[in-house]
Design a protein around this ligand. Structure first.
Ligand SMILES: [Fe+2]
Length: 384
């Protein structure tokens, strides 16, 4: 997050002696990104964060590809993904390429028996159903329906869920995820025309500091494998940190839609950016107010990007037969648009209550076997 944050206790100067009450030193860790060129944080630990005790199993969790070269539009029925007890096992990649994976997940149980760290990818969790607390070594964040949780690569985390009824839409990104640069001034502050600003971003507010030693399992994800590493001290042993690299939350309900007299293009909905894809939030909003306007979108060819829409809530005006939890995939180069009847239906309407998350990837997405289990194979004929 391009904004300074400090939590817990830190010494006045970085890289200087910072002592515990018993006179011994805390252990400083510089947690950097993009070499030493990106955002970073300095954290202070009870124990050395380097005490690997054992390396156990290493196994593949790579998505199994059903269609590598896909030009077929699909509808995926996301809520047909079966709930599973374990958080990591519940995550089913449905679409993937070398930059990102799009994952559906219905975890029943909290992640509390082990710790998890994605060493390759930033993780963006969109909470469709459920509430609870994201617990990380750099502090905790409460979450509920509509929240995006941005967990930068390398953050060690667990998740507490309040109930067993949870639905997550997750994007794993090998490219860093930022808020759009064009929303920020040259100091990094969000500009007046940005659809959200610093007040809408929730930063970690609670630091858990555990002094325990023992056996602590961290499942580390690297190159589509999980590597089980046992550490000799509790991963949440930070007494304080400061910097720019930490997890944060943003509610889709805090996104202020930009509207116009005629149809506004998708970039007005943009919420996050990477150099490999964008993420947009389609939120309840007033419709176009030109007297002759057509609120439904026009047919369009997004020739350079595959378009993934995840439908969250409300009526999806441009589509027939789309429900919450569905994903539509419209591959690059294949024109798509409103379903038959949708254009006429939209004329004269004053507002939309649709809520959806869009991911537009610049490289083609491969369709996985998990996707084929929940796919509507005939969706591509739905404009006839
Ligand atoms: Fe589209």
């Amino acid at each position: 997050m391009p904004r300074y944050h400090s939590l817990g206790k830190i010494p006045h100067k970085r890289h200087t002696q910072f002592r515990k009450p018993d006179g011994s030193l805390y252990h400083e860790q510089l947690f950097g990104t993009i070499g030493f060129d990106g955002m970073y944080s300095n954290s202070y630990h009870e124990h050395r964060p380097t005490m690997v005790k054992d390396i156990k199993r290493q196994y593949s969790v790579a998505p199994k590809i059903a269609k590598e070269n896909n030009l077929q539009s699909y509808r995926l029925r996301g809520f047909q993904v079966k709930p599973e007890n374990d958080y990591l096992e519940s995550r089913k990649a449905v679409l993937t390429n070398s930059d990102c994976s799009i994952i559906l997940s219905a975890p029943k149980h909290s992640l509390e028996d082990y710790f998890y760290k994605n060493a390759d990818a930033d993780e963006l969790l969109f909470i469709h159903k459920g509430s609870g607390k994201l617990r990380t070594h750099l502090g905790n964040l409460d979450f509920k329906y509509g929240d995006y949780l941005l967990i930068p690569r390398g953050i060690i985390y667990q998740i507490d869920f309040d109930t067993e009824d949870n639905r997550l839409f997750i994007v794993e990104s090998r490219r860093p995820i930022y808020t759009p640069k064009r929303y920020r001034n040259w100091f990094g502050q969000h500009l007046e025309h940005s659809p959200f600003c610093e007040r809408d971003i929730r930063v970690p507010y609670e630091l858990e500091t555990n002094d325990e030693k023992g056996d602590f399992l961290i499942k580390v994800k690297r190159k589509d494998e999980i590597i089980e590493m046992v550490y000799a001290s509790h991963p949440f042993d930070v007494v304080g940190y400061d910097g720019y690299n930490y997890p944060y939350a943003f509610s889709i309900h805090d996104f202020e839609p930009i509207t116009g007299r005629i149809h506004q293009p998708p970039p007005v909905h943009q919420t996050f950016e990477t150099d490999a894809f964008v993420i947009c939030s389609f939120c309840p909003r007033l419709y176009d107010y030109h007297p002759e306007s057509i609120p439904a979108p026009y047919n369009h060819s997004n020739i350079d990007s595959d378009e993934v829409l995840y439908y969250v809530d409300g009526d999806f005006m441009s589509r027939n037969d789309i429900d919450a939890g569905h994903i539509s995939l419209h591959p690059a180069g294949i024109p798509h648009g409103p379903h038959p009847g949708a254009v006429e239906r939209s004329i004269g309407k004053k507002k939309s209550n649709e809520l959806a998350v869009m991911v537009d990837t610049f490289k083609p997405l491969m369709v996985t076997e998990e996707a084929m289990k929940i796919a509507d194979e005939d969706y591509y004929k739905s404009w006839l």
